[in-house]
Design a protein around this ligand. Structure first.
Ligand code: NAP
Length: 283
């Protein structure tokens, strides 16, 4: 079975459209996203234009604040503070990685938790790790769970292996799976006998960032795979799993492109609405 992202993203999109219309009826402010971009990296600019297109389709206001790649920490924090204090801005997205002169830890602590739509702030991370649902979870791990739920996979009691231990993916995703009563194993580059570990799991999440790394020996015929890896090979995108080799011999797999990434970008916008509601103390 091919686990496509589009039907999942479309469902989230419908929910956003409905919520935006309801907010209008109740006289709530128009939700607004601010994108804070440092420099002109082509992948940032491409992602930004997709986000802006989605925003205009969904009735979400958007502002791009583009700053010079050489911006100093003091100036960067001043821009962030302006967005933090702007009552019309509900969600702030900062493209990462940041250039070296900008201290990521200070920036993470600087973003207002209720405007932090991709869980950069340690306040939101702590909420995730303590099971407090009032925080805003990171988009990519949440997208993985949304994909599996949409395709009606029972998670309770399942053995899940995540190949990634970053704060962007593996660690927060482990918390989300635990909240669903799954049994979770996190793997990384020092894990021994990786094919043995992954092939004994019910569900495998690949996020090593290595193109076509996972072949059939990493899975079994009942494996359900969500491939989070995004890799560029000879000008085209591919995942971490060798899709051609693996897709016929497992139970289900998400493609790249067209899989989890599609869901991630729609969830980002649903987080802008959640942030607006948090700030307005709406249910
Ligand atoms: P990262 O920080 O580089 O993390 C990669 C992880 O994979 C690390 O935990 C690393 O282990 C592990 N790893 C690398 N090689 C391995 C190997 N041979 N065997 C086992 N584990 C291995 O990257 P990231 O920011 O988390 O992103 C991971 C991937 O997800 C990238 O391809 C990125 O483009 C993609 N991504 C996709 C989305 C989406 O929406 N679809 C969003 C964000 C990121 P160590 O910790 O030991 O180094």
């Amino acid at each position: 079975m091919l686990l496509k992202g589009k039907p999942v993203a479309d469902r989230i999109k419908e929910e956003i459209i409905k919520t935006v219309a309801e907010c209008r009826n109740y006289g709530a402010p128009i939700p607004k996203l601010a994108i804070l971009r440092v420099g002109e990296r082509s992948d940032d600019v491409a992602y930004e234009s997709r986000v802006l297109k989605n925003c205009s389709e969904l009735g979400i206001e958007a502002e791009v604040v583009a700053v010079d790649n050489n911006i100093c920490m003091v100036d960067f924090m001043a821009v962030l503070d302006r967005l933090n204090e702007d009552p019309k801005t509900h969600g702030i997205l900062i493209f990462r990685p940041l250039p070296q002169q900008l201290d990521m830890e200070v920036v993470s602590r600087g973003i207002k938790p209720e405007k932090d739509i991709d869980c950069m702030s340690p306040v939101n991370a702590e909420k995730l790790f303590t099971g407090d649902i009032s925080g805003i979870p990171p988009c990519t791990p949440e997208a993985v769970i949304e994909m599996l739920k949409h395709y009606q996979y029972e998670l309770s009691g399942k053995n899940v292996v995540i190949v990634n231990r970053s704060m962007v993916l593996g660690k927060p995703l482990a918390m989300l799976f635990l909240a669903e009563n799954a049994t979770v194993t996190i793997c990384h580059s020092k894990t021994k006998n990786l094919p043995q570990v992954t092939s004994s799991a019910d569900i495998v999440i690949t996020g090593a960032g290595k193109s076509k790394f996972f072949g059939t020996d990493y899975f079994n015929k009942d494996s359900v795979i969500i491939d989070v890896g995004i890799n560029m090979v000879d000008g085209s995108l591919c995942g971490d799993v060798d899709f051609e080799e693996v897709s016929e011999s497992v139970a289900a797999i998400s493609p790249v492109p067209g899989g989890v990434g599609t869901v991630t970008s729609m969830l980002l916008l649903s987080h802008v609405i959640k942030a607006m509601k948090l700030q307005q103390r709406m249910k």
